[in-house]
Ligand binder design. Structure first.
Ligand SMILES: *[C@@H]1O[C@H](CO)[C@@H](O)[C@H](O)[C@H]1NC(C)=O
Ligand SMILES: *[C@@H]1O[C@H](CO)[C@@H](O)[C@H](O)[C@H]1NC(C)=O
Ligand SMILES: *[C@@H]1O[C@H](CO)[C@@H](O)[C@H](O)[C@H]1NC(C)=O
Length: 197
C-alpha cells in the first residue's frame, strides 16, 4: 500500500475542526455585516453646539469678590435623523482664567432626532472669591469693557435608536473665548463650541 495511512477517527476530527472554523468565520462575517448595515442606516453625526447670546449684568468686583448675573443661550442641534438623545444630567459652568465663577444644573430632558433645543443658562455669582491674580486680570479686562469667559457643558447622555437605548456616555462641550460686555447691551458675537464625546 502506498501513501501514509491516516486513521479513520483522526480524519473525522479534522473534518469537525474545519466545520467549526468555517462556522466561526461565517459568524464573524455576519456580525461584521450587521454592524456595517446598522452603521450605514444610523449614520451617526456629531452634535452641534452654538452660543447664541450672552449677557452679564449686575457686575461688581470689589477686592477679590465678584458679583454678577451671567446669562447665556446655548443652541443644541442634534442633526441625526435616527438618533435621539437622553440628557440624564446636565451641568453648565462659567469660568474665567480657569476659575469657576458660576454654574447651573439643568433639568434632564430627551432630545428627539433632528431637533434644535435652546438651553437657557442663568447663572449667578454672588460674593465669589477669586484668586488675587485672577481678580486683577478681570479688573483690567473689565476696564476695557470686554471680558473673555469660558462656558462648559457636561452631560451624561444615552442614545436612542428605534427602541434600543445605549449605555451612558459623557458629553463635553466647551465654548472658549466668549466675549461679553458686563453691564452693557453691546451686541454679542455668536460662537461655535467644541463638542467631544
Ligand atoms: C453694574 O450694574 C450694577 C447694578 O446694575 C451696579 O451695581 C454696578 O456698579 C455696575 N458695575 C459697573 C462696573 O458698572
Ligand atoms: C455682592 O453682593 C453682596 C450681597 O448682595 C454684597 O453684600 C456685596 O457687597 C456685593 N459685592 C460686590 C463686589 O458688588
Ligand atoms: C425639540 O425637542 C424639544 C424637547 O423635546 C421640544 O420641546 C422642541 O419643540 C423640539 N424642537 C423642534 C424644532 O422640533
Amino acid at each position: 500500500m502506498a501513501g501514509p495511512v491516516v486513521p479513520a477517527n483522526r480524519q473525522g476530527n479534522q473534518g469537525l475542526l474545519r466545520c467549526i472554523a468555517v462556522a466561526i468565520i461565517a459568524i464573524l462575517v455576519l456580525v461584521g455585516l450587521v454592524v456595517l448595515i446598522t452603521w450605514l442606516v444610523i449614520r451617526p453625526k456629531k452634535l452641534v453646539y452654538t452660543l447664541e447670546s450672552g449677557r452679564v449684568s449686575g457686575f461688581g468686583l470689589h477686592r477679590d469678590q465678584l458679583n454678577g448675573t451671567f446669562d447665556f443661550t446655548l443652541k443644541a442641534y442634534n442633526p441625526n435623523r435616527r438618533v435621539g438623545l437622553y440628557y440624564d444630567s446636565i451641568q453648565v459652568t462659567v469660568s474665567y482664567d480657569y476659575e469657576t465663577i458660576a454654574f447651573q444644573t439643568l433639568k434632564p430632558f430627551f432630545q428627539p432626532r433632528h431637533n434644535v433645543t435652546h438651553f437657557e443658562v442663568k447663572t449667578v455669582a454672588q460674593s465669589v472669591a477669586l484668586l488675587p491674580s485672577v481678580a486683577k486680570d478681570l479688573r483690567l479686562e473689565k476696564s476695557s469693557g470686554e471680558i473673555e469667559l469660558k462656558i462648559r457643558l457636561k452631560a451624561r447622555i444615552r442614545f436612542k435608536v428605534g427602541i434600543w437605548k445605549s449605555s451612558h456616555y459623557n458629553l463635553k462641550v466647551v465654548c472658549s473665548q466668549v466675549e461679553v460686555h458686563p453691564n452693557s447691551t453691546k451686541a454679542f458675537k455668536g460662537k461655535k463650541c467644541d463638542v467631544d464625546f
